[in-house]
Design a protein around this ligand. Structure first.
Ligand SMILES: NC(=O)c1ccc[n+]([C@@H]2O[C@H](COP(=O)([O-])OP(=O)(O)OC[C@H]3O[C@@H](n4cnc5c(N)ncnc54)[C@H](OP(=O)(O)O)[C@@H]3O)[C@@H](O)[C@H]2O)c1
Length: 167
């Protein structure tokens, strides 16, 4: 098991989906984690599930949650924070099986259609798991010590212009 003992982490949007998978991996490794979410019921469920070591707080990070803005900011932050020896990297998920698939309030039918589309258009012919995204994020955070300013797609090849040959 990875050891994150003595590490402190903040995961915004950590009460379900990819954020929660990342929180769990950090806690499993012994880190202390502060995580945020907007919805009280989701926060309470996370508190119950995660127990000690997890500090669940309310936060609405609407503007920060904007993916395009985050992408653009990652390189800027990387340059700005380099003198302080802080690395900044981004993970870019493809279709990932989370409770919302990234679309809050979507009906079960819409989610099923979204999943189906994901399986069809993704070169790997499946959708990803939150744990796969968490592993990539934690790799960048802890192991990739000579890496900053990158965007790592975790998308089954979706954004890479891969053409799958017919069998
Ligand atoms: N799943 C996918 O296929 C997919 C693909 C590409 C990109 N994404 C993006 O990746 C991110 C995570 O997606 P996800 O599918 O894991 O789940 P999600 O439904 O976006 O929620 C993940 C977490 O974010 C919190 N959250 C959402 N909006 C927030 C806000 N404005 N302020 C603070 N917390 C907020 C949620 O808490 P509450 O529910 O309590 O608010 C939850 O803890 C999203 O930005 C999503 O758009 C997802």
């Amino acid at each position: 098991m990875k050891s994150y003992a003595g590490k402190k982490a903040v995961v915004t949007g950590g009460t379900h989906g990819m954020g929660l998978a990342t929180v769990k991996a950090l806690l499993d490794g012994g880190a202390e984690v502060l995580l945020t979410g907007r919805n009280e019921r989701n926060r309470e469920a996370a508190r119950r599930e995660l127990g000690r070591g997890a500090h669940v707080v309310r936060s609405d990070a609407g503007s920060l949650a904007d993916i395009d803005a985050l992408r653009a900011f990652a390189q800027g932050f990387a340059a700005e924070l380099l003198p302080r020896r802080i690395r900044v990297n981004a993970v870019s998920p493809g279709f990932i099986k989370t409770p919302t698939m990234g679309v809050a309030g979507a009906s079960a039918d819409v989610l099923a259609a979204f999943e189906q589309e994901g399986r069809e258009v993704t070169p790997m012919k499946r959708i990803g798991t939150p744990e796969e995204v968490a592993r990539a994020a934690l790799f960048l955070a802890f192991d990739a010590t000579f890496t900053t300013g990158v965007e790592l797609p975790v998308d089954g090849g979706l954004g890479q212009g891969i053409t799958v040959p017919h069998a």
